[in-house]
Design a protein around this ligand. Structure first.
Ligand code: PUT
Length: 295
């Protein structure tokens, strides 16, 4: 079959400073570069407005949160997306009255805000103390009908859960997007999760027969904590998979990058249906997935 729906996706990778103006300018420059390379949907990394503040548990960092409505960063990205005709998921620290979420707003190619996803799985542990800041997201896993594709967007730690990827693809997601912030582990400098991280997401892509796009930051960030300083070196390695989980574009762990890859969504749809996993699912046998302890 000729002439399927074509889409070009992009993942950005850059080092953040702790100045939101600089980071937003930086993101805009790279979105423009992605657009010049033909991108239709451009993914910016998680919480790109500043340093990854969750290294510390600090009350003053709650002041970084902004309400969804009237959010200036989202407005700026809406203007940019309308000018360039590109879809942009915008990750941000959301304040909702006394609740806080790690959220992403999906901006369609004409600047329309298609809605919000709030991160469902909130990590905790040395260097990644997100439970101090974020309520568990209450939106559930969502898909967004953009100009170029129906997309599923989840956030960072969500990428370790096959259930999240499956839920989005069951709702019709044709491509999965994961803005991310991950790197070294401050408590153990021998622990390097990057290969594990990649393999897990390649599995989601291959098991669901959809392309998958990940954007992660680079750079060394040192944050003052209540017990001295904490430091993470973010390992980048942003990547894009094809529908069998194969990596078709990848960044290294040091350099700024604008990855692009193009797909024929109709061809992939036939491939997904032909492989038969969505015909042979047995949801009535998966009830243990609805419990924490398997009972
Ligand atoms: N972004 C969360 C990563 C957690 C790694 N321990």
């Amino acid at each position: 079959m000729e002439g399927g729906r074509k889409v070009v996706v992009s993942a950005l990778q850059f080092a953040c400073t702790d100045s939101s103006i600089d980071n937003i300018d930086h993101a805009e420059r790279l979105v423009r570069e992605a657009h010049k390379k033909g991108a239709n949907i451009v993914l910016i990394q998680e919480l790109f407005e500043g340093y990854y503040f969750c290294q510390a548990q600090r009350e003053d960092f709650f002041r970084r949160a902004k309400p969804y409505k009237g959010n200036q960063t989202i407005h700026r990205m809406q203007k940019l997306s309308k000018e360039l005709g590109v879809v942009i998921p915008v990750s941000f620290f959301e304040e909702a009255n006394n609740a806080h979420y790690n959220s992403v707003a999906i901006i369609d190619a004409d600047g329309t805000d298609l809605g919000l996803y709030r991160k469902s799985h909130i990590p905790d542990g040395p260097g990644y103390q997100e439970k101090f800041y974020f309520n568990p997201g209450d939106t559930g896993f969502k898909v967004f009908e953009t100009k170029f594709a129906k997309i599923g967007v989840a956030i960072c730690w969500d990428q370790w859960f096959p259930e999240a990827a499956r839920a989005m693809v069951l709702q019709g997601a044709e491509i999965l997007f994961y803005p991310t912030a991950i790197g070294s582990e401050p408590q153990d400098d021998r622990l390097d999760s990057r290969e594990h991280w990649k393999r897990v997401m390649q599995g989601h892509s291959g098991a669901n027969l959809v392309p998958l796009v990940v954007s992660n930051r680079i750079g060394k960030e040192t944050i003052k904590t209540e017990h001295g300083e904490s430091c993470i070196t973010f390992y980048g390695n942003s990547f894009i998979t094809g529908p069998t989980g194969e990596i078709i574009a990848a960044s290294n762990d040091k350099d700024e990058d604008v990855l692009v890859a193009d797909f024929d969504l109709d061809k992939i749809k036939s491939q997904r249906h032909g492989w038969g996993v969505f015909r042979d699912r047995r949801p009535e046998l998966y009830k243990s997935l609805l419990s924490l302890d398997g009972t």
